[in-house]
Design a protein around this ligand. Structure first.
Ligand SMILES: Cc1cc2nc3c(=O)[nH]c(=O)nc-3n(C[C@H](O)[C@H](O)[C@H](O)COP(=O)(O)OP(=O)(O)OC[C@H]3O[C@@H](n4cnc5c(N)ncnc54)[C@H](O)[C@@H]3O)c2cc1C
Length: 443
């Protein structure tokens, strides 16, 4: 049976027959499509790099190119916290991402030689003026995980959120670097900004087939093309530009939440105990700190309030990709709020860094993970909100299965459908063509 005879036969069966025959047809069709060998991943954050890493694990993949506008892990994947929690999915579609990725990190981080990965306990601390520390010290379970630097007196209730078995951390830039090193035989990083894709006019299935990715090399204006059998857009908040790259076949509403964070330098004469804090709203400073002591003795703090909300149109124009300015007033507020809790840092604390980066937020806070409708060899993996580091291994694995096998076995990607905000009639673009002939919208 030729491909097109099979195709029409399958369409016929799809309409008139029962689902087992339909799924047989779909798997026969998937089997006739060759898996891609040269793949371009747009974006060298932790998500794009994880997709590239898992693709590179497949023997049939010859070459993975990461097209990165600035440098790998230069955005949120270099400046985010790196906290992860196996059981914090709360029954939502993202729960499996938490679980699978947590288990994968446990294997991958040591295998790749990451020194910044460790499990650690977590406390919830409410800000206030009461002497909560005295009460916490009377509770043996709490006392055993109270960190030495939580020695101030201005906070209220303290309770455990995790005892260190299902909560962990990694410094995301290290994970990105180690994944790239481990697959340096297959992954190439090209510095340049993606401008779109090159496709044919429509293949046997009526879909346009991707054959290249257009980009301007960093510091140059002349456009070039990377040849590709498939492209995965994984450019964090800026991935919404793919709406235009795929001619409106999919709508990808996105907001960038631009937040300042601070990093305390390693104290000269003190160890820094490994317990993370999630703090309640501190009205005095407008903060709700997340405090993450790292194995290198630094303390990373975010949740410092005063974030800016960047629109889809601004993101499409590349807002804050090259430079992402921190807010000194918010850094000062975070510093003061933390020093109320830590006399150790009030006396001796020195800030190492003040920085800012952007969280990629679709309107429903659920990532876009799937195929671009109306295209063959086109995928998106973006919008992972405040868990893009924690979920990265699971997303890389699931996207690789989708690209290479036609379906993800590890994660049910249905809730992450990138077309969910696109009206049905517009999915895949209007008036698409099959062999140069218009085939209307039903394709
Ligand atoms: C303050 C803060 C703290 C956080 N803490 C945590 C945490 O503790 N745990 C957790 O799991 N998550 C955390 N997050 C969220 C996490 O950082 C993000 O979800 C994650 O880093 C997103 O990764 P990404 O690879 O999708 O995007 P990014 O890291 O934004 O990377 C996208 C990359 O794409 C590149 N790019 C963009 N456009 C183009 C283009 N046209 N061509 C080529 N390249 C392009 C950019 O230069 C960038 O390097 C935090 C976020 C923030 C803001």
């Amino acid at each position: 049976m030729t491909f097109s005879t099979l195709h029409y036969y399958c369409l016929f069966l799809t309409v008139i027959t029962i689902s087992p025959a339909r799924s047989f047809c779909l798997s026969m069709m998937a089997a006739t499509t060759k898996p891609p060998r040269r793949i371009v991943v747009v974006g060298g954050g932790i998500q794009g790099t994880s997709v590239a890493y898992h693709l590179a694990e497949r023997p049939e993949v010859e070459q993975v190119t990461i097209l990165e506008a600035k440098s790998p892990a230069s955005a949120a994947s270099g400046k985010g916290g790196g906290f992860m929690a196996r059981g914090w999915g709360d029954g939502s579609p993202t729960q499996r991402l938490h679980e699978l990725a947590f288990d994968m990190y446990e294997q991958l981080a040591p295998a790749l030689g990451c020194t910044s990965y460790r499990k650690l306990p977590v406390l919830s601390v409410s800000a206030g003026y009461k002497k909560g520390i005295a009460l916490a010290r009377k509770n043996p379970q709490l006392a055993s995980i109270l960190p030495n630097w939580l020695d101030g007196d201005e906070y209220g209730r303290i309770s455990p959120l995790g005892l260190g078995d299902d909560t962990a951390q990694i410094t995301p830039s290290e994970f990105v670097e180690k994944m790239l090193q481990a697959k340096s035989d297959k992954i190439t990083v090209v510095l340049g900004t993606c401008h779109g894709v090159e496709t044919d006019q429509g293949s046997e299935r009526g879909n346009r087939k991707v054959f290249g990715v257009k980009y301007a090399p960093r510091g140059e204006t002349e456009e070039k093309m990377l040849a590709a059998d498939a492209v995965v857009v994984s450019a964090g908040p800026w991935s919404c530009a793919a709406e235009d790259w795929f001619l409106g076949a999919v709508q990808l509403p996105m907001e960038g939440v631009k937040s300042t964070s601070i990093v305390w330098a390693k104290p000269k004469n003190e160890d820094v105990d490994a317990t993370a804090l999630f703090c309640g709203e501190d009205d005095r400073f407008g903060t709700h700190l997340e405090v993450h002591p790292r194995p290198d003795g630094t303390i990373y703090i975010c949740g410092i309030g005063g974030s800016d909300y960047i629109s889809t149109d601004e993101l499409k124009a590349g807002a804050f990709r090259e430079e992402c300015n921190a807010k000194d007033t918010r850094a000062e507020a975070a510093k003061n709020s933390f020093q109320q809790m830590s006399s150790m840092y009030r006396t001796d604390g020195e800030l190492d860094r003040v920085q800012a980066c952007m969280r990629p937020c679709p309107p429903d806070a659920i990532p876009y993970m799937g195929a671009i409708p109306g295209y063959e060899g086109a995928y998106i993996n973006a919008g992972h909100n405040c868990w893009g580091i924690a979920w990265a291994p699971a997303c890389g694995k699931a996207m690789t299965e989708l690209v290479m096998d036609g379906q993800s076995r590890s994660i049910d990607l249905t809730p992450f459908d990138p077309s969910r905000f696109t009206p049905a009639a517009q999915r895949g673009g209007r008036g698409r063509k099959k062999k140069g002939m218009s085939v209307g919208e039903q394709w």
